[in-house]
Design a protein around this ligand. Structure first.
Ligand code: NAD
Length: 450
């Protein structure tokens, strides 16, 4: 759940919140006065002015019915100099105040006198303690024995598991906790570092931070995206591509093959359909029975993808089918040839599926998590299901580009709370075509310059 979703008013006009944030029945209800605990001093530091963190915090306090008073403000004089603000936050009751502190905590507001985080053991495998702290995709620290510890593998909608002896903290999904694991509960001793937008003129992710629109100058945007991918690869960073079958249906798979061959793809995530239609094209020259040569239907072509899946099942895996010469080109051929790992996650509409498809979705998520470490750039192309699934796994600092012909897909992605997401509403073919050409020019320019 994003911060914005948490603040959506419900039918009664009160802000909604995650169940774990809801004051317990045993404590005083929001609105019930408890004057001794109704205020707390918090501080914010860093680039809180230019990244609009401070106004967001003030707005959140007022939207939730609280009040504030500035105790100290120091504004950085240059873009690199950090700013500082100390605020007294007031709520109607202790629980109301705790609720406000939890919400502004997600923007980086930390109590002046922070306490350690609170830990509770899981009572059984796969179940968090009731009051578990639900994570965001933002950089988070927890306080343990008076020291702040960085939370590893940041991911939204998880809990934080702490090993007090090793002094480590890590995001853990519900399905992966074990009985006895120590989980952070409540909001004490948690510090969230908001994402700062880049202000470098050449950074596409600064340039394009605005509402998703189908009416943007595409070539300019694609050039910016190509620049970001080129810089990522020049720094040996990992690029993840998430793709849907429209890449094959629109005749764009050669563009993606080229990106793989030229080293712009380090990991590929997809479902059964992308692989099935890619292999169908390799074996039959069609995609969903439509000839990719002349664009017309082929007799019994609608069965081609089933026959392709069947042949790969007989071979045992896509890699085995490549080794046996059954697949001689295409996206997955290039992945196998260039050692690009891929995860094919299953869905209820899959035919076959191909033997490489992981049909247990929890296992598929685990496989994806095992490959996203170190990914700094993610290109999502023409798949709602897999784009949103992968978006949920990535930390906010990973740059994401989502390309889809339907604005709703792109909006869903950009709404998830990361300012580092670019949405591009366009057909996949012209997008990939221009991307590949632009990357080629950048490579030539770099080769000439060196
Ligand atoms: N035969 C099969 O086994 C089969 C067939 C289809 C889907 N599936 C599976 O079902 C799941 C969901 O499939 P999905 O991700 O394809 O569906 P999806 O509906 O989640 O996403 C498809 C996306 O492609 C976009 N799109 C379509 N044409 C486009 C174009 N020309 N340019 C840009 N975007 C375009 C759509 O707007 C949509 O957002 C996947 O796991 C997939 O593997 C299986």
């Amino acid at each position: 759940m994003t911060q914005d979703e948490r603040l959506q008013p419900n039918a009664a006009g009160a802000p909604q919140q995650a169940e774990a944030d809801t004051p317990s029945a045993a404590s005083s209800a929001p609105g019930e006065a408890d004057e001794h605990h109704c205020e707390e001093d918090v501080e914010l530091s860093g680039h809180i002015i230019d990244s609009l963190v401070l106004p967001k915090v003030l707005d959140t306090i007022l939207t939730l019915g609280g009040d504030f008073e500035f105790l100290d403000v120091r504004i950085g004089r240059t873009p690199t100099e950090p700013s500082y603000a100390k605020l007294r936050v007031r709520g109607r009751s202790r629980d109301h105040l705790q609720w406000i502190l939890a919400q502004i905590g997600a923007h980086g507001a930390v109590p002046v006198a922070p306490t350690d985080c609170r830990l509770q053991p899981c009572e059984r495998d796969g179940v968090f303690p009731d009051e578990f702290y639900a994570t965001t995709n933002l950089h988070t620290d927890v306080r343990l024995g008076g020291e702040w510890i960085h939370v590893q593998r940041q991911e939204m909608d998880c809990a934080i598991r702490v090993d007090p002896e090793a002094r480590t903290a890590v995001c853990v999904p519900m399905s992966d906790v074990k009985r006895g694991d120590l989980i952070v509960v409540g909001h004490d001793g948690i510090r969230v570092r908001p994402q700062r937008p880049s202000h470098r003129a050449e950074d596409a992710f600064h340039f394009m931070q605005s509402a998703v629109s189908s009416e943007k100058p595409k070539r300019v945007l694609v050039r910016e995206i190509a620049g970001a991918m080129h810089r990522a690869r020049s720094g040996h960073e990992k690029i993840l591509v998430v793709g849907g079958p429209a890449i094959v249906h629109t005749g764009s798979r050669d563009h993606l093959c080229r990106l793989i061959r030229e080293g712009y793809v380090q990991v590929l995530f997809a479902g059964n359909a992308l692989a099935a239609h890619d292999i169908e094209q390799s074996m039959f020259g069609t995609s969903l029975g439509i000839s990719l040569e002349h664009g017309g239907p082929i007799e019994e072509g609608h069965e081609h993808h089933l026959r392709a899946i069947n042949r790969v099942r007989r071979a045992g895996s896509i890699a085995a089918a490549v080794e046996q010469g059954l697949i001689r080109d295409g996206i997955f051929y290039e992945c196998i040839r260039h050692d690009v790992p891929f995860v094919l996650a299953g869905s209820i509409r899959d035919d076959g599926p191909l033997p490489d498809v992981i049909t247990d979705v929890v296992e598929a998520q685990r496989a994806m998590r095992s490959l996203i470490d170190g990914v700094t750039f993610c290109l999502m192309i023409a798949t709602t299901l897999h784009s949103i699934a992968v978006g949920n796994l990535l930390p906010a600092e990973t740059k994401v580009v989502c390309v889809d012909i339907n604005p709703a897909t792109v909006t869903k992605l950009t709404d998830r709370g990361s300012i580092q997401t670019i949405g591009l509403v366009t057909d996949v073919e012209p997008f990939l075509n221009v991307l590949v050409q632009t990357l080629e020019s950048l490579r030539r320019e770099a080769a000439t310059a060196s």
